[in-house]
Design a protein around this ligand. Structure first.
Ligand SMILES: *Cc1c(COP(=O)(O)O)cnc(C)c1O
Length: 409
């Protein structure tokens, strides 16, 4: 594909960077993963049907959405829930887990909080520096008689080393679960994420591949688990409204399901744009010293929802947070992600602490750049040019004057 991007992004004089006195490159703010546009005619049509029918929950849209997702993921059962955090909670509770669950620290805090909220002890494990995912060797070291399960996260939509984790889980007869919040439409060895382990949990939060406002889905090939999850999410009731077990209200609303259904026809367009944007970023940042795009899915296809860059501070001559300040001043709201790691966040300060050197390294060097349908090729070229300009002129940037000016305010 010719992207017309063979020339490297241009370099701007550092004085023209917004942080040092220039005009911001973007008049409208660019965010990491603004919600992708939804098919409004289809959504409004469905909202009309929903209002006419009076079914705001327990209606036909959730069933239709579950079926569509199950078909797409090539998995037998999908249980739609309020959001992925609640989905994880419902899953570990319904499985009756007690004790410790091995989980990466380099993930969104919800993964760890869902365990803690259900009375489980997250045992934080280190990740592989190349894949950013659970390091199976480190997982093996953490397994002990109190280990109730392994919860992997397919970070950035890149699948975990599923084969190794499956072998470990079998060897110790413990369930293997996945937080698949990032992984809609991603594959591992030719199969869509969704059917691995005992169950996987997807998120449809605004920043995810597609959104239902708030929403999530638990996918599994285990029929009896799916049946229990359906009851547990609806006050423990079966279809005849008999209360057969403990439960809660974790149902997805019809409004959310309507949004999810309306997003389906756009999936190919989302994938194509994310993919093209990712290629565009690759070209714009080609040969810039010290910055590298993380793109590690040797075993499958990614949804390219996250443009993850790793900055080597020594080679680039500029720190990650300095680069973020420069980008943010241009109204490009790139962000660090999962800093400082779950194990260093307040709720887990007093938990069992292991050394997690790779987690610490990634938390310090990762930045995520804007992507999605609202980010155009020209935007990416500008972002590339800002990053290239900052790094090429790193030695000249007058941080000192800036910090002094900041203090005198
Ligand atoms: C977004 C996210 C969640 C939480 O999803 P919600 O639907 O917002 O509850 C969990 N885990 C990871 C890795 C996420 O990125």
């Amino acid at each position: 594909m010719d992207l017309g991007l063979s020339a490297p992004s241009e370099i701007r004089a550092w004085k023209d960077l917004a942080l040092f006195g220039g005009e911001p490159a973007f008049s409208n703010y660019l965010y990491v993963n603004r919600p992708n546009p939804v098919n409004r005619p289809e959504l409004f049509e469905r909202i009309g049907q929903m209002l006419d029918s009076g079914w705001l929950s327990n209606g036909p849209f959730v069933l239709e959405f579950e079926e569509k997702v199950a078909q797409f993921l090539e998995v037998r059962h999908c249980v739609a829930v309020t959001n992925a955090t609640v989905g994880l909670e419902l899953l570990v509770r319904t499985l009756g887990l007690r004790g410790e669950v091995i989980v990466p620290s380099y993930t969104f805090i919800a993964t760890a909080l869902a365990l803690r909220w259900m009375g489980l002890t997250p045992v934080f494990c280190d990740v592989d520096l190349v894949t950013h995912n659970l390091d199976p060797l480190d997982v093996a070291k953490r397994i002990n008689p109190s280990t109730a399960a392994i919860l992997g996260v397919h970070l950035w939509g890149h699948p975990c080393d599923i084969d190794s984790l499956t072998t470990l889980a079998k060897q110790y007869s413990i369930p293997l679960l996945f937080d698949a919040a990032h992984s809609f439409a991603c594959t591992y060895k030719g199969k869509r994420i969704g059917g691995f382990g005992q169950a996987e949990v997807f998120s449809f939060h605004a920043t995810k591949f597609f959104s239902t406002g708030e929403g999530g889905i638990i996918s599994t090939n285990d029929a009896s688990l799916a049946k229990e999850l359906r009851k547990a999410r609806n006050f423990g009731m079966n279809e005849k409204r008999m209360v057969l077990r403990e439960g809660t209200n974790a149902k997805m609303s019809e409004m959310s399901a309507a949004m999810g259904l309306a997003a389906f026809s756009s999936i190919p367009a989302f994938l194509a744009q994310n993919r093209a944007n990712s290629d565009c970023y690759g070209a714009a940042l080609k040969d810039v010293a010290g910055i590298r795009l993380h793109n590690c899915n040797p075993c499958g296809v990614n949804n390219f929802q996250y443009i993850v860059a790793e900055l080597d501070e020594h080679r680039a001559g500029i720190g990650r947070d300095q680069l973020l300040r420069i980008l943010n001043a241009e109204h490009c709201m790139a962000r660090s992600y999962f800093h400082p790691g779950c194990h260093r966040e307040t709720p887990f300060e007093n938990s069992i602490q292991y050394e997690l050197p790779n987690t610490d390294k990634l938390a310090a060097r990762v930045l995520v750049l804007p992507n999605g349908m609202t980010v155009a090729k020209e935007d990416i070229q500008k972002i590339g040019s800002i990053i290239r300009s900052a790094i090429v002129q790193a030695k000249e940037l007058p941080w000192q004057s800036l910090d002094l000016a900041g203090k005198s305010l």
